[in-house]
Design a protein around this ligand. Structure first.
Ligand code: NAP
Ligand code: GLV
Length: 322
């Protein structure tokens, strides 16, 4: 009998085709994610689920899963929406899609950095508002990248890829990543520092840690207060790593120079949210991995994890029990 699976969104055909060839697949047809109650019903019946970061897979949902259920295959690298401890306690596998989205996400982090430094969004607004009357020696002056210090919080796959991009712009790169060794990162031209040193020295701070109990609220009012008044905060990791109310205050009162965000709290951000109306804050709607090639690869990897998992085989990319 073919394994039964639930795919919680319409994903790129590259992955969907593999799932349909190998499994009896039900695909949630809506643009919006399935309600929690639907997920709860599905885990009682299927052998595995291909899910996204929108799906809340908490302890209660995992508890509801039938004994046949084998795998949550997440089409993302971050899996903070899944209670991994509860899944692993029941012997349920978790798959994710590391690596294939590293460059695309680093590109967005760097695009945000450049956009904020050189006031790209403000510039467009300036034209729309009819303010562009001549070439102005004093208008829309931004920050230079060359010689500036970039502080990377979390020097993993994406953090390193951002550092490689920054090298090309002649930036000085420092990082806070406790498990890394100074001699290893020195080869990449990166200096390891404490979090306080990073916040105090950086002209740009870019966040690349996973969201977990240690990193939730890591960038709070106290941390923002340690940053330079000209510094720009870039977050492409997860919204709750930053205390967003504190960030709004800091961007408004000049504690920091500004921010550029791919991730927010909540997601989606309501269109009247105050964060969207600060001239020194740029926000994009969680598009870090949103390139055609990257999404095809993520869908393929998530499909391969799902198919292996429901067939009782080792999965190519497994989130290991910690
Ligand atoms: P990764 O390779 O696991 O890198 C994460 C790094 O953070 C690791 O080096 C890790 O150190 C470090 N770290 C963990 N906890 C830390 C802490 N408390 N303080 C300082 N450093 C810490 O993951 P990745 O592939 O680069 O992805 C990073 C995150 O980016 C994902 O978890 C996801 O939330 C986010 N993301 C967002 C998008 C988007 O669309 N915006 C796309 C992809 C990923 P260890 O090596 O010691 O664990
Ligand atoms: C996207 O946010 C991911 O974690 O892959």
């Amino acid at each position: 009998m073919r394994p039964k699976v639930f795919v919680s969104r319409i994903i790129p055909e590259a992955g969907l085709k593999l799932v349909r060839e190998a499994c009896d697949a039900e695909v949630w047809p809506d643009v919006m994610p399935p309600p929690y109650e639907v997920l709860t019903e599905k885990v009682k019946m299927v052998d595995g689920m291909l899910c996204t970061l929108n799906d809340r897979i908490d302890a209660a949902l995992i508890e509801a899963a039938g004994s046949q259920f084998k795998i949550f295959s997440q089409m993302a690298v971050g899996y903070d929406n899944i209670n991994a401890k509860a899944a692993h306690a029941r012997g349920i596998l978790i798959g994710n899609t590391p690596g294939v989205l590293t460059d695309a996400t680093a590109d967005i982090a760097f695009a945000l950095l450049l956009a904020a430094a050189r006031r790209i969004v403000e510039g467009m607004e300036y034209i729309r508002e009819g303010k562009w009357r001549t070439w102005e020696p004093l208008a829309l002056l931004g920050a230079d990248l060359s010689g500036a210090t970039l502080g990377i919080i979390g020097l993993g796959r994406i953090g390193e890829a951002v550092a490689r991009r920054a090298k090309g712009f002649d930036m000085r790169i420092i990082a806070y990543s406790p498990s890394k060794k100074a001699e290893d990162v020195a080869k990449l031209g990166i200096e390891l520092v404490s979090l306080d040193e990073l916040l105090q020295q950086s002209d740009f701070v870019s966040i690349h840690v996973p969201l977990n109990d240690q990193t939730r609220g890591m960038i709070n009012a106290d941390a923002l207060g340690k940053m330079k008044p000209t510094a720009i905060l870039i977050n492409t990791a997860r919204g709750p790593i930053v205390d967003q109310e504190a960030l709004i205050e800091a961007a408004k009162n000049g504690t920091i120079g500004g921010a550029a965000l791919d991730v927010t709290t909540p997601e989606p951000l309501p269109s009247d949210h105050p964060l969207l109306y600060l001239p020194n804050v740029t926000v994009v709607p969680h598009i870090g991995s949103a390139s055609q090639r990257t999404r095809d690869k993520m869908a393929t990897m998530a499909a391969e994890n799902l198919i292996a998992g429901v067939n009782g085989q080792p999965i190519p990319n497994q989130v290991k029990p910690s």
